[in-house]
Design a protein around this ligand. Structure first.
Ligand SMILES: [Zn+2]
Length: 231
């Protein structure tokens, strides 16, 4: 009996929240869901991932959940630019359920620059990483920082320019690193050597590769990139 009350309270709260903030399918506007079953079925999942043509690869593998096409594009757009923050659950569920999620030691989101963070109010990959941490029980930390402001990778047409645009852009977040070193030392467990890097959209793979480079140079032995959608 005592368990029924919390359930009832939760349902009432959910109902109130739904009445005040009803949700709609991002693709067809069907009420009561952020993504309806019909639109979910339109998502194009990969059988074979596209090849990443970068000469020097620093990540060990890249896993991509789906193609960047109508439905996935809308999910990203509503999440990033219209701040429908609950979409993070939908994206994380799609990533987790559609990929063979690797069992590595820590999840690290691809960072955004502080200025962009302040404009948007959140880092989309951090939000997705938090949800993935709940699903996978692998801890997530903002281990990387974006120290240089860059032009959006998506807006640069020339490949060479895209690569030079990113050079020396990312670095280890020293505060997080110090806290983590202390935390792991206090628990008497060795510092992680394997990491999952999370990004929302993959264009050329250069952002992910630059982040993996920083982690490998730091001492990580294995870095697997996981991306929601790829162009
Ligand atoms: Zn729909």
């Amino acid at each position: 009996m005592p368990l029924i009350f919390p359930i009832i309270i939760k349902r009432v709260v959910t109902l109130i929240v739904d009445i005040i903030f009803p949700c709609f399918c991002v693709n067809c506007n069907k009420i009561d869901t952020l993504l309806c079953n019909k639109c979910f079925e339109e998502i194009e999942f990969y059988l074979n991932y596209p090849t990443i043509s970068i000469k020097e690869l620093y990540f060990d593998e890249v896993i991509i959940a789906c193609k960047y096409s109508s439905v996935s594009k809308k999910l990203i757009h509503e999440f990033k630019y219209k701040s429908v923050v609950n979409i993070k659950n939908v994206i994380a569920q799609i990533i987790y359920r559609s990929t063979n999620f690797p069992n590595l030691e820590i999840i690290i989101p691809v960072p955004i620059h502080k200025k962009k963070y302040n404009q948007r109010g959140f880092n989309q990959t951090e939000e997705i990483s938090i949800e993935l941490a709940k699903l996978s029980h692998i801890p997530t930390y903002n281990f990387l920082s974006k120290t240089k402001e860059t032009q959006s990778q998506m807006s640069i047409q020339n490949r060479e320019k895209r690569l030079s645009n990113l050079s020396k852009t990312f670095s280890i977040n020293k505060n997080v690193e110090n806290n983590l070193r202390e935390l792991y030392a206090s628990k008497n467990i060795s510092f992680p050597k394997t990491a999952i890097l999370i990004d929302d959209v993959l264009t050329t793979g250069s952002t992910l590769n630059e982040c993996a480079k920083v982690l490998k140079n730091y001492g990580f032995e294995k870095v697997i990139g996981i991306v929601f959608a790829s162009k």
